[in-house]
Structures are given as structure tokens and as C-alpha cells.
Design a protein around this ligand. Structure first.
Ligand SMILES: [Ca+2]
Length: 269
């Protein structure tokens, strides 16, 4: 990594002390010449650990009124379900058509909106009865879904986040997600947390904290070791699923086919 201080000091050895001071002064006077610090990384502490259906291929997760709502994937196994946090018990569920691959879900008013991976179809269900209210179409793939109180936010595995009108489902704008100036791909399950978009990066133990205005990743959360390797069953069982309870500031995470769901607190690394 470029390091202007050490460059200045080594040059200083050759040029003498006065020149060194001048070089440093010039560098300090021109902050734009300094390399930006790398994106900070946070760790985690497990607050609670709860059972999670190990057959749930988690693709979407949100918290509402004391329960978690979860969308699961795989063709023939895709569901949207309401889950009791403490026990992991499924208290209500609906199966999606066998030919679709369920993806991210979010809540809008008294509806649940659920994406599908490649079918370009979203299902809009009644939050209470889980009855299908309508469907809508969108171009491209659907991965993660959340909302910021005004717009739905959709990921599709590319560095772009789409912002959709929550009533007409029309695309309003997009933002390109970057970290240290480079595009971030594989943005998966999403959650709106205190003004930022949290995104699982597919096939990693990382969550990106994204500034929704600029798309810049302002921090990483490193969840390495959260589910020990001996409790993982294969390649597919990656971290996926973030839910936030804004009233109690609780952050829940799980993964595809994970036997556990965790409430975590973020820590300094
Ligand atoms: Ca979520």
C-alpha cells in the first residue's frame, strides 16, 4: 500500500532535515495526496444463539413484531415463513410454486414482497394471511431485498443496488457499490440498518455496510468463525440472512441450511 509518510522520510534521509520538514509540510497541506485509509473492519460478539431449521436455504430475513420472517430458496423447496425466534419453530408458511427459486423478502405496509432468482417474478403476500395479493415482474435476477421506508432496495449479485417504488415497483435509480474505489460484486441478502444498507457478500463471511447515497462501503463486518466448520455441511451453507429489530437494536444473522441463528453485537477489531 502506498504510504506517503515513509516515502517522505526515506527521501528525507537523502535530502536532509530541512527538506524533510518541507516535504512533510507539503504533504500535510495537501490532504488529497494522501491515500485514503482502508475500509475499517468490525468483528462480532454472539449475544444469543437460537435453533434454526437446517433445511431452510435462507435467502431473505426480516424482523417484525417479535417474529422473524424468512424466505427460503431452491426449486421445489422455496417458502416464505414466520418463525418464532427463541425456538426456531415455523408458525406460519406458504410454499412458492415448485418451478421458482425464492430469494430475498421484505415487508411493505401489510404486505410481504418476495423475489425469485431467475424467474423475474416477485410475489406480494398479505402479511397476516400469507395469501397471494399480486405478482409483479422485474428484469434480471433477484437476490436480496430490503427497504428504507421510501423505496425497496434490490440486489442481483452485481455491484448495483436498485431502488424501486414500493407501490408501482418501477425502478427509480441505481447505485454502484464500491469499496476502496473498486466495485463490490455478489451483494446478496440485504438489511436496512440505521441509515445504511447491510449486504451479505455471497460465499464469504462478510457483511458490507453501504452508504446508500454514494454506494461506498463504509465498513466491513467479519463474521468468520460464527458457525464453526464442523457444523457446516457443504459448499452452499454460506452466511446469508440479516434482520434488524430497530426498537431493541438487535441484529440477527444466519446462513443457508445453518442449524443456528445468532443475535450479534458488532465489536472493534
Ligand atoms: Ca434482511
Amino acid at each position: 500500500m502506498h504510504h506517503p509518510i515513509s516515502n517522505s522520510l526515506s527521501r528525507a534521509g537523502r535530502l536532509g532535515r530541512r527538506a524533510a520538514l518541507a516535504t512533510l509540510a507539503a504533504a500535510l497541506a495537501a490532504p488529497s495526496a494522501w491515500a485514503a485509509p482502508a475500509t475499517p473492519v468490525q468483528g462480532y460478539k454472539v449475544v444469543h444463539s437460537y435453533p434454526h431449521d437446517p433445511d431452510a436455504f435462507t435467502q431473505g430475513l426480516f424482523f417484525h413484531d417479535g417474529f422473524l420472517y424468512e424466505g427460503t430458496g431452491l426449486r421445489g423447496r422455496s417458502t416464505i415463513r414466520k418463525v418464532e425466534i427463541e425456538t426456531g419453530r415455523v408458525v406460519q408458511a406458504v410454499e412458492l410454486p415448485a418451478e421458482v427459486f425464492g430469494e430475498g423478502i421484505t415487508m411493505w405496509g401489510d404486505r410481504i414482497i418476495g423475489l425469485t432468482w431467475q424467474e423475474q417474478t416477485a410475489f406480494v403476500l398479505d402479511l397476516k394471511t400469507f395469501k397471494l395479493w399480486r405478482k409483479f415482474n422485474y428484469p434480471g435476477e433477484g437476490w436480496g431485498l430490503t427497504h428504507n421506508g421510501k423505496e425497496l432496495i434490490l440486489s442481483d449479485g452485481t455491484p448495483e443496488l436498485r431502488f424501486l417504488d414500493p407501490l408501482t415497483f418501477k425502478e427509480l435509480r441505481r447505485v454502484r457499490v464500491t469499496a476502496d474505489g473498486k466495485p463490490v460484486t455478489e451483494l446478496n441478502e440485504l438489511e436496512w440498518v440505521e441509515g445504511q444498507v447491510y449486504a451479505n457478500i455471497w460465499q464469504t463471511d462478510r457483511i458490507a455496510r453501504i452508504d446508500p447515497k454514494t454506494g461506498r462501503v463504509v465498513g466491513w463486518i467479519d463474521l468468520s468463525g460464527l458457525l464453526p466448520a464442523n457444523q457446516r455441511t457443504g459448499q452452499d451453507d454460506v452466511l446469508n440472512g440479516i434482520a434488524y429489530d430497530p426498537a431493541k437494536k438487535r441484529l440477527f444473522v444466519t446462513g443457508k441450511l445453518w442449524p443456528k441463528l445468532f443475535e450479534i453485537q458488532l465489536t472493534k477489531k
